[in-house]
Ligand binder design. Structure first.
Ligand SMILES: Nc1nc2c(c(=O)[nH]1)N[C@H]1C(S)=C(S)[C@@H](COP(=O)(O)O)O[C@H]1N2
Ligand SMILES: [Mo]
Length: 419
């Protein structure tokens, strides 16, 4: 039977969003909202933990050069020296963070849609407790949307926020998660009860005047899950090589496309983009400056080739969520360079590149990273000289670290001292 916009049961109800009868979808109800809520409870907790770990992986306490969120204050309470094992640690962490975040977008949107009538509840606050609860929802919904939007923008467009993505996403995460914990504590018991009960209980989520369903609640959930699955399938490939990478249709700049050079793995910033002067980076002109307590040495690429060379298989894993499989790097151990300037027990190091401007032209590495025998100043990759875009004449490669710590076009390494 076709329904008119005003049904007999609600003859005179003004159909504004503030009247419950305005919301007529037969899908809304406690079961539907609870399923989505429980999925988000698990998913967002994983996003929060992997996000905090990703921040720790930058070693923000080591040097202001690494810290993209100065004034983090007590929010940095948990930071620790990021380990170098297992060597795929950051690859896994960030792959999960970005892939899961993108996969949860349909669930988040469906969850917000399922409770949107509550936004218009009148009176706006029945009591002080109710007012506080609604205020926490502002932080929850605002914070959640903010985290998803800033995350997606960073993954897709990268540098829309020059240098300021990190503080925004970091502080946003704490505000959002604080509101999320309160919300989960208040609602989880009820959500679990709703999932166990087969009968629909009375709830202000249920439309008092629903239209005829065109899809069942399970069907609608299937659509949401299908959307998530589609996003997952078109994103996850950016963490793998070969044909799988080409399935990453949603991955931006280089995430889905192989880069040039040996092994054809991605390039984040080309030498041209970074403004690397080819003459300065040429083998004739370039000298690596290594400084430490025993003085300063200047090494040409030929000098470096006289030092013991070692090979390791390590990935590059970017904060943006793409990663390469293990590539074969060959070069001089960082700890051997430390020894050249007076440290048998390697200290921290500040690595600076030829690049003059840009956020990633320098990075500090912690002593445990310098000491790892797999940490190299690489001269070769996959059996060939580094290409200019991969950091020729020399670049850093460190196990388990975020890509940003693997400085390309290295010009100077300062061991010990102020970073
Ligand atoms: N000098 C310099 N080094 C840099 C960067 C940069 O912009 N400049 N980008 C970093 C980032 S964010 C990543 S993910 C890796 C990418 O390395 P690749 O381009 O060889 O894949 O290089 C790192 N090293
Ligand atoms: Mo990166």
């Amino acid at each position: 039977m076709a329904r008119t916009s005003s049904s007999p049961r609600f003859p005179s109800s003004p159909r504004t969003p503030f009247s419950p009868a305005f919301w007529r979808s037969p899908l809304r109800g406690p079961w539907f909202t609870s399923v989505l809520g429980v999925v988000l409870l698990g998913g967002i907790t994983v996003l929060f933990v992997t996000g905090l770990l990703s921040y720790a992986a930058y070693n923000p306490n080591l040097s202001p050069v690494n810290d993209k969120t100065p004034d983090k204050g007590i929010l940095g309470f948990y930071l620790f020296a990021w380990p170098t094992d297992p060597h795929w640690l950051y690859r896994l962490n960030q792959g999960v963070h970005v892939t899961l975040g993108i996969t949860l977008i349909p669930v988040l949107l469906a969850k917000l849609w399922s409770v949107v009538p509550k936004l218009f509840t009148l009176p706006p606050a029945r009591s002080l407790a109710h007012a506080l609860e609604r205020l926490s929802l502002v932080l929850l919904v605002g914070g959640g949307l903010f985290e998803f939007v800033t995350g997606v923008l960073n993954v897709q467009l990268d540098y829309v926020f020059p240098g300021s993505f990190y503080p925004l996403h970091f502080y946003g995460a704490w505000v959002f998660f604080a509101a999320f914990v309160v919300h989960a504590a208040l609602k989880t018991p009820m959500a679990l009860r709703n999932l166990r009960q087969l009968r629909e209980e009375k709830s202000d989520l249920v439309s008092p005047d629903p239209v005829e369903p065109t899809v069942s609640r399970r069907g609608a959930l299937g659509l949401v899950g299908g959307g998530s699955l589609l996003l997952f399938a078109t994103t996850v490939g950016q963490n793998f090589d070969g044909p799988l990478r080409r399935t990453a249709l949603l991955a931006p700049h280089g995430g889905a496309e192989p880069g040039n050079g040996p092994g054809g793995f991605q390039i984040n910033k080309t030498a041209a983009y970074a403004g690397i002067d080819a003459a300065e980076a040429s083998e004739e002109a370039w000298r690596l400056v290594v400084a430490g307590r025993a003085g300063t040495v200047r090494l040409s690429r030929t000098d470096l080739l006289q030092l013991p060379l070692h090979s390791v298989a390590l990935p590059i894993a970017c904060v943006e969520g793409w990663s390469t499989s293990d590539q074969w790097w060959r070069g001089v151990r960082l700890r051997d360079l430390a020894a050249l300037v007076g440290y048998d027990d390697p200290p921290d190091v500040l690595v600076e590149s030829l690049q003059r401007r840009g956020a990633f032209r320098r990075a500090a590495l912690r002593a445990n990273q310098v000491a790892d025998p797999r940490s190299l100043l690489a001269l070769f990759v996959n059996g060939e000289d580094l290409t200019p875009d991969h950091g020729h004449p020399a670049r850093v490669i460190v196990p388990a670290a975020p890509g940003v710590l693997n400085t390309k076009w290295v010009a100077r390494m300062t061991f010990g001292g102020d970073l």
